[in-house]
Design a protein around this ligand. Sequence first.
Ligand SMILES: Cc1cc2nc3c(=O)[nH]c(=O)nc-3n(C[C@H](O)[C@H](O)[C@H](O)COP(=O)(O)OP(=O)(O)OC[C@H]3O[C@@H](n4cnc5c(N)ncnc54)[C@H](O)[C@@H]3O)c2cc1C
Length: 326
Amino acid sequence: MTRDIFVFVEYRDSTVRKASLELLSRGRQMAGKFSSSLCAVLMGSGVKELAQTLKGFADKIIFTDSEELKDYGWDTYGSALEQILKKYDPMIVLGTSSMIGKDLFPRIAARMRATMISDAVGMDFHEEGVKVKKPLFGGKVVSWLAPDAASMSFITFRPNSFAVETADAQGEIMEEGLTIEKDPRMKTVSLEKSGSKKVDLQEADFIICGGRGMKGPEHFDALEEIAGLMGGRVGASRTVVDSKWREYDDQIGKSGKTVSPKLYIGCGISGALHHIMGMDTSKVIVAINKDPNAPIFQYADYGIVDDLFQVLPALKEELKNTREET
Ligand SMILES: Cc1cc2nc3c(=O)[nH]c(=O)nc-3n(C[C@H](O)[C@H](O)[C@H](O)COP(=O)(O)OP(=O)(O)OC[C@H]3O[C@@H](n4cnc5c(N)ncnc54)[C@H](O)[C@@H]3O)c2cc1C
């Protein structure tokens, strides 16, 4: 019997994240190819109504609703997910390469002695199953990995790896009542939400990112204005975050977020590998740097060798004019 394709669904403020809808869309194609069912897994507190919104996207929606799952914890979410996976034994579990996905998936994969591919950007089929595209060394090498279809595989994908396609499934909603285990060795003392209404960095189609070349926090206002005109987000290099010019939430790179926007503009960023690892799968990369030998130009589709303080005002004016015309 063909085993199911599972998608671990993430949400924010009672809305399913676009990245999860992307996975459900690609998961549908996988399920069609293997004649298996597509199953969305949702967990949290008060998620019954949210489960209903997934009906059109999957054949089955398994949800578990518990006060213990109000906020993410690797122990509680791990406990719930492990129980569900042991019960249903899916072939593949897809997740987002988000903070939760990066934390939860490797732990559960290890516990289940399953294979794990993290931070993938594409997926295709081969004779025996799927093959997964994963960039290495800041995109200098592209690997295709084929997990064994006979065992269980966990795969996390960067947001914006796939298109969202509307489906007209009539998914069956199934509630799992579980006993959630907590790790007594650790407890959450407090959680402070930033209250930020900004577009999610990992889901933004447009990112303008500032590096040390921005010279100081006050100059990021220019980037905010451009991001506002484009409906996108401002990102930052680690140097900028370490200097307290921007919050960690904005950091792109190995120790920050991995992004794949349609357009990334790097301003005063040298292109160190640790930064490139977080943005090299952007669809179009533009670099503004006054040093023609800056490494970022090796990755850029378009390069502007100039002083960013000359380029940014001109770019802003041009965007304003274009917006007024349309
Ligand atoms: C374990 C580890 C993890 C790391 N994780 C991350 C990470 O997640 N993200 C990250 O970004 N980095 C990370 N780093 C740091 C990384 O290696 C680099 O040090 C950092 O990315 C450099 O930041 P930058 O490009 O802003 O600064 P710099 O390397 O100092 O580059 C500044 C650039 O601005 C240009 N410039 C200056 N003035 C102007 C001007 N007026 N106009 C145009 N251009 C100008 C300069 O020519 C230069 O190329 C990590 C490092 C380590 C060791």
